[in-house]
Design a protein around this ligand. Sequence first.
Ligand code: FMN
Length: 311
Amino acid sequence: MTPLEQAAQAALHAPSVFNTQPWRWLIDGDTMELQADESRRLEATDRDGRLLTLSLGAALHHALTALAAAGWSYSVTRLPSPGVVARIELGAPTSPAALDLAAAIPVRRTDRRAFGTRAVTDAELTKLRRLVEQNGAYLHVVPADKIPALAISAELAGAALSDDRDYRAELREWTHRPEGSGDGVPVDTAVEPGLRRVPVRDFAPDDTPGLAIGTAHDQGAAYVILFGRGDSELDLLRGGEALSALLLAATADGLATAPLSDAVEVEWPRVLVRGLIAGLGEPFVVVRLGYADATTPLPPRPRRTDAIAAR
Ligand SMILES: Cc1cc2nc3c(=O)[nH]c(=O)nc-3n(C[C@H](O)[C@H](O)[C@H](O)COP(=O)(O)O)c2cc1C
């Protein structure tokens, strides 16, 4: 496999909203393009494509991390031309970097179960905040006394979404994918409903979810808001790259992670989340970080195998 093929393969592990994997990688010699697969945009949940662009940014960061760890330099142009999200040009061999992040790529998972009592340290959160800033976005750690406000935002969003017929249909579509599609959120990776510090999206409203919530209650969890100065396509792409950096670094440090985007999908809760970052920018996604309480491994989640092509 060439270095660019290896990087594209690594990027297939990236997180994406509803596991839509809305990407296409096109390899042409020493150049690789990342394109959006617009047919995978969530029409009801993600009308303006923000979550799609965040997901593309996460895939881009995965690919660049894999190249750095394999000891390749590269140059990257973001949004070089209409229809192209990023163009990566392979450079010369160099010393390997980001090895810890690259090692986390195949093991990182979204864990929807409640996390345990062990608290995420301030030092860890400071490290993650710096990393997010290095990757072109910002991180706000929600202070303990504001977590109830975040919970209200998520609760309001969850209620508004479950009243929305189009959303319900879209959720059903992406949790009941045809055999072999390699995408979507299988019901066995959804968690049973229960009292949470901050409610999580219900991926199995009409089914029996595969994961028990566990005996813990997210006591030690940290809730962080990833945000940008604005919400241009470039801001969102950088936001997705920063999200990937955050999730991989947290995984490398032994933390469990779970993005939560429902609170920013609905207008009024989104205003409330913007208030939590003191109006400093545009909230992209909330992430719950903590130490897993459950010891059982998570069931596998599907991945597409048809997203890489050679020109
Ligand atoms: C932009 C974005 C938003 C997401 N929002 C949520 C969410 O609201 N709730 C959730 O449980 N997972 C959320 N996820 C996680 C995806 O569902 C997850 O990445 C996907 O199902 C693949 O599973 P994996 O992360 O274990 O590889 C989000 C991921 C991204 C990139």
